[in-house]
Design a protein around this ligand. Structure first.
Ligand code: NBP
Length: 475
């Protein structure tokens, strides 16, 4: 028998996805650059399903039924290009190469073009869910030609997570769209984690709560509006006690956050598209600041000032933090969806935001109950100008706004950094402002650079003769 799918790159993600395919009844051809990983998989899990062990790319390709489908799960970047080149040389027109790694979407666009010229289909598929998701059901965001989804879709959907009977996998759009939305997904994940971190920090520093109590608060929140994987695992991490010192584990972990690049890519793309993805940007910068350990060390002892309006009631303030977290999270998602809409327009992808809300409900790291609300919002109005303006979220934000302001004000007087809470509140306030100081910015730009401005009371473009008699002329 031949295999319906081949997986090359059998590190943690690839081997778990290969097992997931096998568990669903598919015969899976296995390949890895070094044979050790292939053998380890066969030895430890060979009895879980039908696998074909292969050593060379030629053997691997020969083991597949046609059209061949090969999923690449190697380190993103140059390794992916090397593997694609080897596979493409051995494959035939009509065959499908799927890249399930965290590729940069512009690489995916380039690769699809090059492979299409050789008659091969290339599908850049964002896969989220980490190790556990890969094995038991990830959220899958495949781009590439619609035609290849016909043959590939059923396989991918069968291994994906399911929520209410629906797969967490759908065709996102052409070429790089799948990896683009996966990138923004990761950006939202950064924002989500930063907001959770700020909520935790406030409970610690403004309320002096023991870590174990904070863990309980998150556990409780996980049964309300904030019900989500990240809130759930926050309770787990905060409950962990270090065996060596007996302290909460979080107190012995170095407070410098790492990053692999998808958050940075999201912000770079947001800058290029001109979309104010401020929540994600604050989260990426907060990680960078946390890692500036030497600078931070030298800044120890800077005075915090004399203001300090500590909250008087713990229960009330914890509830305020809950609302601030929810509202800021809605802002982060609203901004992420704006970026996806802009990317979709820029590249002609026609991405349906409601589909994303649907497939992010399960399997992925940002899975959350509130994605049902986002899905409903786009079902009701696919042309929503902003997620914030969907009736449900509008009401939720208006209900939360006093709490949100109290949290940011308290943090500010106490000298507790809340970049993501504060910037999302400012975003909310800027968006709802009738007039912004951008009018002054335009005046300044016209003054020093003759960049011109428009008037609110008549059409046309104008310039003031700032260095002359200061009369206004039509530009
Ligand atoms: P890694 O990203 O650590 O990659 C290891 C794999 O790449 C091994 O199979 C290795 O082969 C292979 N490889 C490398 Br490195 N260079 C190669 C080359 N030049 N030619 C052929 N193969 C090469 O594995 P991972 O953590 O399982 O992630 C796989 C992909 O999935 C990545 O793109 C990652 O960004 C993405 N992803 C990861 C997660 C996660 O939670 N880890 C989640 C979602 C997506 P070898 O065994 O011979 O060294």
């Amino acid at each position: 028998t031949k295999a319906q799918i081949g997986v090359t790159g059998l590190a943690v993600m690839g081997s778990n996805i290969a097992r997931n395919f096998a568990h669903k009844g598919y015969t899976v051809a296995l390949h890895n650059r070094s044979i050790a990983k292939t053998d380890a998989l066969i030895e430890q899990h060979g009895s879980e399903g039908s696998f074909i062990r292969t050593e060379t790319v030629e053997e691997f390709i020969a083991a597949l039924e046609r059209p061949r489908r090969v999923l690449i799960m190697v380190k993103a970047g140059a390794a992916t290009d090397a593997v694609i080149e080897e596979l493409a040389a051995a494959m035939e027109p009509g065959d499908i190469i799927i890249d399930g790694g965290n590729a940069l979407y512009t690489d995916t666009i380039r690769r699809e073009r090059a492979l299409a010229e050789r008659g091969l289909h290339f599908v850049g598929a964002g896969i989220s869910g980490g190790e556990e998701g890969a094995l038991n059901g990830p959220s899958i965001m495949p781009g590439g030609p619609a035609e290849s989804y016909k043959s590939l879709g059923p396989l991918l959907e069968s291994i994906s997570a399911h929520v209410d009977g629906e797969p967490c996998c759908t065709h996102i759009g052409p070429d790089g769209s799948g990896h683009f939305v996966k990138m923004v997904h990761n950006g939202i994940e950064y924002a989500d984690m930063q907001l959770i971190g700020e909520a935790y920090d406030l409970m610690r520093k403004a309320l002096d709560m023991p870590v174990a109590d904070i863990a309980n608060v998150f556990r409780e929140w996980n049964s309300g509006d904030l019900d989500s994987y990240l809130v759930e695992i926050t309770a787990e991490v905060l409950s962990q006690v270090d065996a060596e010192t007996g302290k909460p584990l979080v107190d012995v972990i170095v407070d410098a956050a790492g990053q692999k690049g998808t958050g940075r890519w999201t912000v770079k793309s947001a800058l290029d598209l001109g979309i104010p993805t401020t929540g994600i940007a604050e989260a990426v910068f907060a990680r960078a600041l946390s890692s500036a350990t030497d600078q931070r060390k030298q800044a120890q002892g800077l005075e915090s000032g004399t203001l300090s309006a500590a909250p008087t009631d713990t229960t009330t303030f914890v509830d305020d933090i809950n609302k601030a977290l929810y509202a800021s999270k809605v802002v982060a998602y609203a901004q992420g969806f704006d970026q996806i809409a802009a990317g979709s327009a820029e590249y002609g992808w026609d991405v349906a935001p409601g589909d994303l809300a649907t497939i992010w409900r399960g399997g992925c790291i940002i899975r959350a109950k509130f994605l049902n609300r986002i899905r409903d919002a786009y079902a009701e109005n696919p042309e929503l100008p902003s997620l914030l303006l969907a009736p449900y979220f509008r009401t939720a934000l208006e209900d939360a706004v006093d709490s949100w302001r109290r949290v940011v004000a308290t943090a500010t007087t106490m000298g507790i950094p809340v970049p993501a809470f504060a910037s999302s509140l400012s975003y909310y306030d800027a968006l709802r402002s009738e007039r912004l100081p951008a009018a002054l910015t335009q005046g300044l730009r016209d003054f020093f650079g003759a960049h011109t401005y428009q008037r609110i009371d008549k059409p046309g473009t104008f310039h003031t003769l700032w260095s002359g008699d200061r009369t206004e002329v039509t530009a």
